[in-house]
Design a protein around this ligand. Structure first.
Ligand code: CO
Length: 218
């Protein structure tokens, strides 16, 4: 585990050589264009690497990561990435992927003060507060993970109501937005049953997904 920066370069040279040996022309093919079908919006956490978890290769997934996979309506970084993915790359699926044991969600859950990021995590506290009654009815041991799930569901809605997605669906572009959660403890992705493919279906799917979280964690 204790790798030096030089080791990273050595590994990189080996990897590039191996890829080229096994699949001649792989990199020159990538130069021409990227045509990913997927956009991944996930947590920056080092334990949740989008490509490795899903078996997707360079060129196959467009990735945006930030602390606790939050999509904020005024975040030009996230919105620009979503716009590029949808309008330019024409991705067919956007997955918002949370993970259990997320320290950002945990800090928001506990209301811990950690510094500048408190302002970012405030968005997750808003989620916590919106679902306070629901969370309080769950067994205590389930609440932090339930907030991970609820955060994903809320962020899926935020992607869905973004100008980018409202416009994309209005012109008939086919894009599905998914809500997933990753188990750092077992390496498995869970589908949170929040897959939205039109503006009209946001509301019923949202309510059903929240109910599934309650059912799964009660
Ligand atoms: Co995290």
């Amino acid at each position: 585990m204790n790798k030096s920066v030089n080791d990273l370069f050595s590994h990189n040279r080996l990897w590039a050589a191996q890829m080229e040996r096994e699949r001649p022309g792989f990199f020159t093919g990538l130069v021409k264009q990227q045509t990913p079908k997927y956009m991944w919006i996930g947590c920056s956490d080092s334990r949740v690497p989008a490509n490795q978890i899903t078996g997707l290769e360079p060129g196959e997934v467009f990735v945006h990561r930030n602390v606790a996979n939050v999509v904020v309506h005024s975040d030009l970084n996230a919105l620009s990435a979503i716009q590029f993915a949808v309008e330019r790359l024409k991705v067919e699926h956007i997955m918002v992927v949370g993970h259990y044991g997320c320290s950002g969600v945990q800090a928001a859950f506990e209301g811990a003060r950690i510094g500048l990021a408190d302002n970012w995590l405030r968005h997750i506290q808003d989620v916590r507060d919106r679902h306070r009654d629901l969370l309080e009815r769950l067994p205590e041991a389930q609440r932090a993970n339930a907030l991970c799930d609820l955060n994903v569901i809320e962020q899926v809605v935020n992607v869905c109501v973004s100008t980018v997605m409202v416009d994309a669906w209005a012109r008939g572009q086919q894009v599905s937005i998914h809500g997933w959660a990753f188990g750092v403890h077992d390496g498995l992705l869970q589908d949170l049953q929040m897959t939205v493919a039109s503006t009209d279906s946001i509301e019923p799917l949202y309510r059903a997904a929240i109910q599934s979280v309650v059912a799964a964690r009660s």
